[in-house]
Write a protein that binds this ligand. Structure first.
Ligand code: KIV
Ligand code: ZN
Length: 499
């Protein structure tokens, strides 16, 4: 029988730490339920002591999800562990994930400590967590840069203390695949009692090697992988779930299986991207827009003769279906509801009616409504409670003329208007906006997502605005790209901490 590889998803913890990707509890529950459908074994639902929001999300996800183990992160600190245990109280299967830095850099600069004391703290944390739960995972932060001999001592000690899973993070994404694989092999061969625990990989992508390192770990004995949807995560991200799942599926020579229902990969990817307003790069393996697009003549000719010439994955296996662009102005509520269901979004009647209304308005402007559009519409009520809303926008621009914008805002029910000119339509519109909202704010980043399906497509805009020494993230989506830009700016302003 093949060995089982456990999939530990940390989209809602390591992934959600990305600035601008924060989800509210309702959205986290939606993602968690989708992860359950996808078949992950463990959902890392948050870091409960870090904020009341994280604490509450772990509670609510624990209630909403049945099969996967719910995991909560802690430092090797008793208070963290108490709070995590409390947050996990409703989980059917629960795990506490505790740990401490083990590299010399962490021991010296972060803890001002020494190797022996770190082992003592690690053991104490595992023993303390064991008072609450049977399933305790220990992470040796920065294990990638920890020397193997010392790491083996730490891991042996925590397994003796009761750790059921030992996580070997390449926190800085530094390791080469050969190095990381050798590290796991070393632990397999030198840690007494290693068979009493599962070794887990946790690789970051700073040098673009996260998936390669994860697979090197698996090939050398790791049986749990820590991954995120679309590879999101701090800095360059974490190992992507879809890449590992499809490597295991494609390489029959690797005698390992996962519980992942690969046909749920694409809908899950779209859901996470849409809820987090985090675009997937077009050439991203497995889930990027171009992952299955053959553009060169030679490739197209080969694929038409036999898909196996250039395709190692059948797009249907990852849930990309040919009917993904089927909704038009003539589609009814049932068709919209069905498409949303396929994308993992289940709405109550009232919300569905609202989304359908918006859908018809969009369908008036745009012939075919694609999955991205639907997901944007389904998430559109995030702006519903905003204090500041765009009332109207009119822009004149063109070649050889100065751009002029007039704009109306609704601020808590009161109407404001302003007019401004600029060196382009967005500049003019934002100058008009700033005449009404007179604050010291600076646009730091402005990304317009590529329009992929025609000139009538929805434009999606991501912005970062600096205000009061903080960066705020905003998102806007509209068939009018200028309006989407203003919406994104207003989204930022609505997040300002104003007195
Ligand atoms: O990258 C890392 O080391 C982590 C640990 C907290 C598990 O995310
Ligand atoms: Zn991490």
């Amino acid at each position: 029988m093949s060995d089982r590889l456990f999939i530990f998803d940390t989209t809602l913890r390591d992934g959600e730490q990305v600035p601008g990707c924060q989800l509210n509890t309702v959205e986290k529950i939606q993602v968690a339920k989708q992860l359950e459908l996808l078949g992950v074994d463990v959902i890392e639902a948050g870091f409960p002591i870090s904020s009341p929001g994280d604490f509450n999300s772990v509670i609510e996800i624990s209630k909403a999800v049945t099969w996967p183990t719910i995991c909560a992160l802690t430092r090797a600190v008793q208070k963290d562990i108490d709070v995590a245990a409390d947050a996990l109280k409703y989980a059917k299967h629960k795990r506490i994930h505790t740990g401490i830095g083990t590299s010399d850099e962490h021991i010296k600069y972060k803890f001002n400590s020494n190797r022996e004391e770190i082992i003592e703290r690690a053991v104490a944390a595992v023993k303390y967590a064991k008072r609450y739960v049977d399933d305790v995972e220990f992470y040796a932060e920065d294990a990638g840069r920890t020397d193997n001999e010392y790491l083996a001592r730490v891991i042996e000690a925590v397994i003796k203390a009761g750790a059921t899973v030992v996580n070997i993070p390449d926190t800085t994404g530094y390791c080469l695949p050969s190095e990381y694989g050798a590290k796991i092999k070393y632990l397999m061969e030198h840690v007494d009692g290693i068979h009493n625990a599962v070794i887990s990989t946790h690789c970051h992508n700073d040098l673009g090697m996260a998936t390669a390192n994860t697979m090197a770990g698996v090939l050398n004995g790791a049986r749990q992988v820590e991954v995120t949807i679309n590879g999101i995560g701090e800095r360059a991200g974490n190992t992507s779930l879809e890449e590992v799942a499809m490597i295991i599926k494609c390489h029959k020579d690797i005698d390992i299986e996962t519980n992942i229902n690969t046909q749920k990969i694409y809908p899950t990817s779209r859901m996470v991207s849409s809820l987090m307003n985090m675009p997937v790069q077009p050439n991203k393996a497995i889930v990027g827009r171009n992952a299955f697009a053959h553009s060169s003549g030679i490739h197209q000719d080969g694929v038409l003769k036999n898909v196996q010439t250039y395709e190692i994955i059948d797009p249907h296996d990852v849930g990309i279906d040919d009917n993904s662009i089927v909704l038009t102005a003539r589609s009814g509520r049932a068709a919209l509801k069905n498409r949303l269901h396929i994308l993992g979004v289940n709405l109550d009647q009232e919300k569905l009616d609202k989304v359908y209304e918006d859908f018809l308005k969009l369908a008036d402007k745009k012939k075919d409504i694609n999955d991205d559009d639907i997901l944007v519409l389904a998430g559109a009520d995030r702006t519903q409670n905003h204090r500041i809303k765009l009332d109207y926008l009119q822009v004149t621009s063109g070649v050889g003329v100065h751009s002029v914008a007039s704009l109306g805002l609704d601020i808590s029910g009161e109407k404001f208007e302003a007019c401004a000119s600029g060196n382009g339509p967005v500049d003019a519109a934002i100058k008009a906006l700033k005449k009404i909202i007179d604050r010291q704010m600076v646009l730091k980043e402005f990304t317009i997502q590529a329009i992929s399906k025609g000139s009538d497509d929805m434009g999606k805009v991501h912005m970062q605005v600096e205000y009061d020494n903080r960066i705020y993230y905003g998102f806007g989506a509209n068939t009018d790209i200028i309006a989407a830009s203003v919406e994104a700016y207003i989204d930022c302003i609505n997040k300002f901490k104003l007195d």
